[in-house]
Design a protein around this ligand. Structure first.
Ligand code: APR
Length: 249
């Protein structure tokens, strides 16, 4: 996409947007890029920490080896998030939830920016960086409701064991039921948007494929093409913050 290229919404898509009842949206890191959150792969600058690639520091193996170091990495990421806010893409999607009879927002992002923009019932496939989960009893807590022990690792208010970030790390399973709920909505959607994801990580990237196979009109919004582009009915090569506000609600 060249930077000066004007993005337009096709008449077909405007019609389908106006007539849709059941809409599913899948977002990835690209939807937060215009807020200043680094993406993992394409478009923005990739994140590494203390010389470690993100998929090493954000791995189940690292959790076993050095929980305190994993917390330090997530504290660093949260520190960066505290200074930024939702962008036009997040705000547009928050408005869409009241526009359609049935609207499902599924995200791979752990930054909580959809919720800060006003989105409710967001299906978080990869967890949330503002929550912690007990390594022993699996209870979940908002971070502000927790205290660290002398080693700086947060303690479970219920059972006293160590807490870990409530984020899906590499090599781990998705939260129980999250993908299944999203897949059920994908199977019955009449319009599906896939926004700001490189579509390299499964099972998340499988959701638009499920929607398309079930007959949903499937639209990708991304400045770059992805492995999903060819299967979509339409590809809008543009930035989410510029494209999504173009849809009248
Ligand atoms: N608007 C829309 N898309 C954008 C924008 C933008 N302003 N800027 C970048 N993009 C696109 C990039 O072109 C790229 O295709 O967003 C995508 C970001 O891809 P990734 O960094 O791979 O992020 P994502 O697809 O969300 O990664 C999936 O991988 O690392 C794991 O758990 C992590 O949830 C993450 C998962």
């Amino acid at each position: 996409m060249n930077a000066n290229q004007q993005v337009t919404i096709s008449a077909e898509l405007r019609r389908r947007f106006a007539e849709a009842h059941r809409v599913l949206v899948l977002t990835g890191a690209g939807v937060s890029a215009e807020s200043g959150v680094p993406t993992f792969r394409g478009g923005g600058q990739s994140a590494v920490w203390k010389g470690m690639p993100f998929d090493k520091i954000s791995s189940a193996g690292m959790l076993e080896r050095n929980l305190a170091e994993v917390w330090e990495w997530f504290n660093y990421r949260r520190g960066a998030l505290e200074k930024i806010g939702p962008n036009q893409a997040h705000l547009a999607l928050a408005q869409w939830q009241t526009r359609f009879e049935n609207f499902t927002l599924v995200t791979q992002n752990v930054d909580g920016l959809h919720q800060r923009a006003g989105s409710r019932d967001v299906i978080e496939l990869h967890g949330n960086i503002w929550r912690a989960r007990c390594l022993s009893c699996s209870a979940k807590f908002d971070l502000q409701d927790t205290e660290p022990d002398s080693s700086g690792v947060l303690i479970c208010p219920d059972c006293g064991n160590h807490l870990r970030p409530d984020v899906v790390l590499f090599g781990e399973m998705l939260p129980a039921g999250a993908f299944e709920r999203a897949a059920t909505m994908a199977e019955t959607s009449d319009l599906c948007f896939v926004i700001g994801t490189s579509a390299l990580v499964y099972p998340a990237a499988g959701l638009p494929e499920i929607a398309r196979a079930a007959g949903a009109y499937t639209v990708e919004v991304n400045p770059e093409r992805t492995p999903l582009s060819d299967m979509c009915n339409e590809v809008i090569e543009g930035k989410a913050g510029a494209v999504l506000p173009l849809f009248e609600i």
